[in-house]
Design a protein around this ligand. Structure first.
Ligand code: AHR
Length: 504
């Protein structure tokens, strides 16, 4: 008897283009938090450390991910940060109480070291300024220090610190999560909008080539969402280029069907923020369009309880060290699909974060670096998800869960890389019971053959990787076929898939 399965249909055509994908949607984030910087990217005593103290084993893993932009230095950290503490001779840098995460910040790594590190991993800095405890003045000085060529106090100080050439940092965040009561220097939408607009105005006077990100809401559950976004954006609109969105999900009730549907919340979040941006545009009779910077997204919940036990006021405490399961990798895959499907408006996105702190890459002090489960969907999507996002309509069976109705079992995105003559389908089968067979009409891609089908699958939804054992890793899968313009994609139950077609 044939094995029971679900059936779906998809049509893929070159003319259904959503947008060119901005590679910066595969960005990430390093905050001065926990062991992200110290013991993460930077560990001068580590056997693999380079002349600047950066771990080359970690750099290799980061480079594989091809992350084009990395947000820094926070996060909540930035709202209490004095950037001046992190530049100049290391021996003069102060140790500070770091209030966002109640740690000690040694300031051994600061703006210049981080800039150097991003170059080593072939990336760019996305810099955040402190609009919590500070404001216009600190922001303008930092920008002058980083981007002004020479002949002024701050630019010459940078040169004195050994950086003759300006860093030319292009993208700047105007604060972080200023809607959150937990934020140092939390502000109402009006207060934040006013300060951010004035800061933005001054920053663009110094360097009109920069791009600025106005803070939106921290997640869809915030009581002030989406009012905060609308009210603050009304003030910042003329000066900024993007509005930020953040979200983290978790399977707190151990309800996997509901958990895997949470990318629908992300989708709705993006649609609402687009509507907010376009409402403000209409209200202002503006010709300018504001795009979205989804500059914090991931799964974050595993470490919540253990973090309560961590002693305050230590250097590099092991905070937010979520160990990701196989099912987390499925949701991360769907979140990436959601970003691709909205690539006409989402131009920057940052997987939060990159090393040790809710991260795809983990390190042992003095030991190895290793890959979490979520490393893999991010790796494949970043490497192969470049080009044009295509709108590919589907007919998929659906289910209802605790918080969502009409959840398609098939979650997907499609990318056409014209230059490489490649068509890539990323797909998650949300069914925990049955495989999903998808008939894909690819007649528009004549001469293409099936190059590979990579699958992430595991019998145990809670399987994790560790420094010693990699239980969740991609495999080649040979059940899908392509004949006469029809791809029959076989997606195992509870799986993440990448199916790559290439012109021969
Ligand atoms: O990424 C961890 C934290 O999550 C960030 O510091 C903050 O912006 C968000 O709440």
């Amino acid at each position: 008897m044939a094995e029971k399965h679900l059936q779906a249909r998809m049509v893929v055509d070159k003319s259904f283009k959503i947008s060119d994908i901005d590679p910066r949607i595969y960005g990430s984030f390093i905050e001065h938090l926990g062991r992200a910087v110290y013991e993460g990217i930077y560990e001068p005593d580590h056997p693999t450390a380079d002349e600047d103290g950066f771990r080359t084993d970690v750099m290799d893993l980061v480079k594989q991910l091809q992350v084009p932009i990395i947000r820094y230095p926070g996060g909540n950290f930035v709202s209490g940060y004095n950037w001046e503490d992190g530049v100049g001779p290391k021996e003069n840098r102060p140790r500070r109480l770091e209030l966002a995460w109640r740690s000690i910040e040694t300031n051994e790594v600061g703006t210049n070291e981080f800039f150097d590190w991003t170059k080593k991993v072939n990336s760019d800095v996305m810099m955040a300024v402190n609009l919590g405890t500070r404001g216009i003045d600190a922001a303008r000085n930092l920008l002058e220090y980083c981007n002004f060529p020479k002949g002024t106090y701050w630019s010459d100080l940078r040169r004195k610190h050994g950086y003759e050439e300006p860093h030319n940092i292009k993208v700047w965040c105007l604060g972080n999560e200023m809607d959150g009561p937990w934020q140092i220097g939390h502000k109402t939408a009006y207060e934040y909008g006013k300060l951010a607009a004035e800061t933005a105005k001054v920053m663009k006077l110094i360097d009109p080539t920069i791009e600025l990100v106005s803070c939106g809401s921290s997640n869809t559950k915030m009581p002030t969402f989406p009012e905060y976004d609308a009210v603050s954006l009304e003030q910042t609109y003329d000066y900024v280029d993007y509005i930020s969105l953040h979200t983290y999900y978790g399977n707190r009730d151990n309800d996997t069907p509901n958990y895997l549907a949470q990318s629908l919340d992300m989708d709705e979040f993006i649609k609402t923020v687009i509507a907010v941006c376009d409402y403000v545009k209409a209200k202002k009779r503006s010709k300018k369009t504001i795009n979205l910077s989804f500059d914090e997204w991931n799964v974050w919940f595993h470490s919540n309880e253990q973090d309560k036990q961590i002693e305050p006021w230590t250097v590099a405490p092991p905070l937010l060290e979520d160990i990701y399961t196989f099912e987390d990798a499925l949701l991360v895959g769907s979140m990436l699909n959601t970003l691709i499907k909205h690539s006409d408006r989402v131009k920057i996105a940052c997987l939060a974060q990159l090393v040790n702190v809710i991260a795809p890459i983990m390190t042992e002090k003095g030991g190895k670096a290793w890959k979490q489960t979520i490393y893999y969907p991010f790796y494949y999507t970043s490497v192969y998800g470049r080009g044009q996002a295509l709108y590919a309509p589907v007919e998929s069976p659906k289910y209802d869960s605790k918080d969502f109705t009409d959840v398609p079992y098939l979650d997907h995105s499609v990318v056409f890389n014209e230059e490489n003559e490649e068509l890539v389908i990323f797909a998650v089968n949300r069914s925990l019971e049955e495989k999903l067979i998808v008939d894909v009409d690819v007649r528009a891609f004549e001469g293409y053959t099936l190059e590979e089908h990579v699958v992430l699958v595991n019998d145990d939804l809670k399987a994790v990787n560790s420094v010693d054992v990699e239980r969740v890793k991609p495999q080649k899968y040979n059940e899908s076929t392509l004949q006469d313009g029809k791809l029959t994609a076989v997606l195992p139950k509870a799986s993440w898939n990448m199916i790559r077609l290439k012109k021969k």
